[in-house]
Design a protein around this ligand. Structure first.
Ligand code: APR
Length: 315
């Protein structure tokens, strides 16, 4: 009897800080064979070799290669795009628009040609406009293009809640909706600890500073690093999304998904609870929000709309 097995192929576009960590995590989780791509050839090849040489020590039996040739990404099942400039202190994510739209356009054109069947996860900022650019330029079905931001914002919120209450992060569930900017919407009513609504464990006065810190968490790290933005946690979050797709887990992950009327948002990629499985973004879950959160989400979506309008002018 002969059976043919093929391992998933994962193309990581951008071999910088996040890209390198994506390769490491994809390897350690044995998600599939990894191709690390960057326009700076030595960077992709060097990081790939470095990781390949740790595979015998860590016992992960996957191939990791580095390249500057798009042909090597051909037929990828999953593509994660981190190509683009990160923030420096004092910059907002929106300040990256000019440069990163050009980079995203280049990546999307190549992904369309070389990876026509891939599930594409966009990480570069300003996130919501970059996902739009990817979807627009590739013309891929909207369920196959998604942005990673909500998982990270939610992870940050979960961490801050656990830290404040002195409980395990494993028992904290949370949700952050909206765009990946300072007007994101951490939803208090959707936060719980071991199934107990957080509203029963913390007062609003205790929770408000946590919301504020969550919104500014990316900038807090930029301010400390000075030379770039967060990279360990964004990599882990994009890997969680890729894992859910590859293993058809159907996890409910806050993701920048294409809304067609959900939450009153039309024809925009905005952070919402998305079911990610073998079909890509298979479903968007709509939950009832209180009036304050609904208004905040509307405002955040409007900001995303403005940013997308700016991106459109540059396409
Ligand atoms: N094609 C491929 N790679 C590119 C391209 C391109 N057209 N243009 C730039 N790159 C590469 C750079 O050479 C660099 O190695 O993208 C990489 C980006 O890596 P870093 O500068 O280390 O940035 P990183 O911290 O990984 O963040 C990447 O994700 O979270 C966002 O705001 C962040 O937009 C930033 C992106």
């Amino acid at each position: 009897m002969s059976r043919t097995f093929t391992r998933p192929k994962i193309a990581l576009i951008g071999a910088g800080q996040i890209g390198g960590n994506l390769a490491l995590l994809a390897g350690q989780k044995q998600l599939g064979d990894v191709v690390l791509f960057d326009i700076v050839e030595g960077m992709a090849k060097g990081k790939a070799l470095d990781i390949a040489q740790m595979t015998p020590i860590q016992d992960f039996d996957i191939k990791v290669s580095g390249t500057s040739n798009w042909n090597d990404c051909a037929g990828a099942d999953v593509v994660i795009v981190t190509a683009g400039l990160p923030r420096k202190p004092g910059m907002s994510r929106d300040d990256l628009l000019d440069t990163n739209v050009k980079i995203m356009k280049d990546c999307a054109t190549n992904i369309k040609q070389h990876c026509p069947n891939a599930f594409v996860i966009v990480v570069a900022n300003p996130l919501d406009a970059m996902v739009y650019t990817m979807a627009q330029v590739t013309g891929f079905p909207k369920n196959r293009v998604v942005g990673m931001a909500g998982v990270l914002d939610t992870g940050r919120l979960q961490y801050f809640i656990a830290d404040h209450l002195g409980v395990s992060v494993e028992d904290v569930t949370a949700f952050v909706l909206g765009g990946h900017g300072d007007d994101m919407v951490p939803v208090r009513d959707l936060c719980s600890v071991g199934g107990i609504p957080v509203t029963q464990l913390m007062t609003k006065a205790e929770f408000d500073p946590i919301i504020d810190r969550t919104r500014k968490a990316g900038g807090e790290i930029v301010g400390l690093l000075k030379t770039g933005s967060a990279y360990y946690s964004p990599a882990a979050c994009a890997i969680a999304m890729a894992d859910s797709f590859i293993h058809d887990k159907k996890r409910v992950l806050p993701s920048a998904a294409y809304c067609q009327g959900e939450y009153g948002i039309k024809e925009l990629f905005v952070g919402v609870p998305a079911v990610i499985g073998a079909g890509g973004v298979e479903k968007i879950l709509e939950v009832k929000l209180n009036a304050e959160d609904a208004a905040a989400l509307k405002l955040s979506a409007e900001h995303v709309g403005d940013l997308v309008a700016e991106a459109k002018k540059r396409l």
